[in-house]
Design a protein around this ligand. Structure first.
Ligand SMILES: [Zn+2]
Length: 315
């Protein structure tokens, strides 16, 4: 079973590291692989490889390096495709697509609806929303339009949806809280979960990620609950943020995000890896240790900081 899992994930993670995590020897794995493969297994393996190649990301390697596992990544076996050094991999973390329309309105501009910049050569806002919703379906998300009574007119949201579940190469993840997001944010969250988070949970926790406990996503409020006059609108107010509180595994185990602050907790490595990889997909990542307001959850958003859409806050 462990060898099968390692074989399934070998396009994503170095074999030596997976063997180390699973407590088996690389020699044992290669001996197992040497056995003849049935035609059906061979066909499944080819299909899985195609799927994983389309979703694989170099972020995982960067994270392994940051976790101090870079020495384990050297001398990776020949059946893993050549990859750049960890230093180069770290620099290749993909940036999210800049969103010229998603700057948070100030309190004095609460009625301002963030709009996509129109251009004769660019799709209309409706077309763009339709494309996003179509992409979200293709990404494996099950979702429904947000009921109008859930939305506050002072905090408009572009293409609001309530996400119910997400089909990933590592299994289906459900969202018990059915959080509300704008479509672009939901799509980015789906990509991170499918490409990185779900495989990391499978490898480092040894079980599929089946539920993601979150806050409500959309909330019409100021940042950090501030109420003073110049307070900035929270990214939650445009459906552009998520608060993740815990992970539910297939074996019914729950991993609370707060555990990342406990150096002796065995889930700390997984939670740290999730936090670091999120920094490659989102422009703001806050969690335990950043400040008291984030002691028990990870806050991820796609807010634009300053004048650069590439500037990130990763704490
Ligand atoms: Zn938040």
């Amino acid at each position: 079973m462990k060898f099968r899992l390692i074989a399934d994930q070998r396009e994503t993670f170095p074999i030596r590291i997976m063997c180390d995590v699973m407590g088996v020897s690389p020699a044992g794995y290669y001996a197992w692989r040497g056995r003849p493969e049935s035609p059906r297994k061979a066909a499944n393996r080819v299909l899985l490889t195609k799927i994983r190649r389309s979703t694989r990301t170099t972020i995982v390697l960067g994270v392994l390096g940051l976790l101090g596992l870079s020495s384990l990544c050297r001398g990776v076996e020949a059946d893993v495709q050549p990859r750049p050094s960890l230093g180069a991999a770290s620099r290749q973390i993909p940036l999210p697509v800049p969103r010229p329309d998603m700057k948070s309105p100030t309190p004095s501009d609460m009625s301002a609806v963030p709009k996509l910049v129109p251009s004769p050569s660019v799709l209309s806002e409706d077309d763009t929303s339709n494309h996003c919703l179509a992409d979200l379906k293709i990404a494996g998300a099950q979702f429904s339009p947000t009921p109008s009574d859930r939305l506050d007119g002072r905090c408009p949201v572009i293409s609001p949806i309530d996400i119910i579940s997400l089909e990933t190469p590592s299994g289906r993840i459900t969202f018990p809280g059915k959080p509300t997001f704008n479509c672009v944010f939901a799509l980015q969250l789906a990509k991170w979960l499918s490409n990185v988070a779900a495989p990391l949970v499978k490898i480092l926790a040894g079980n599929d990620l089946v539920t993601l406990e979150t806050g409500p996503g959309y909330v019409c409020r100021m940042r950090n609950g501030d109420t003073f006059q110049d307070a900035k609108l929270s990214e939650h107010a445009t459906g552009n943020a998520v608060d993740i509180t815990s992970l539910g595994l297939a074996n019914k185990r729950q991993i609370g995000i707060a555990a990342v602050a406990d150096e002796s907790n065995p889930d700390r490595r997984l939670l740290t890896a999730l936090r670091l990889t999120a920094c490659g997909y989102f422009t703001t990542v806050l969690g335990p240790g950043a400040n008291a307001a984030h002691a028990t959850h990870y806050h991820l958003d796609l807010g634009v900081h300053g004048k650069s859409s590439n500037y990130r806050i990763c704490e």
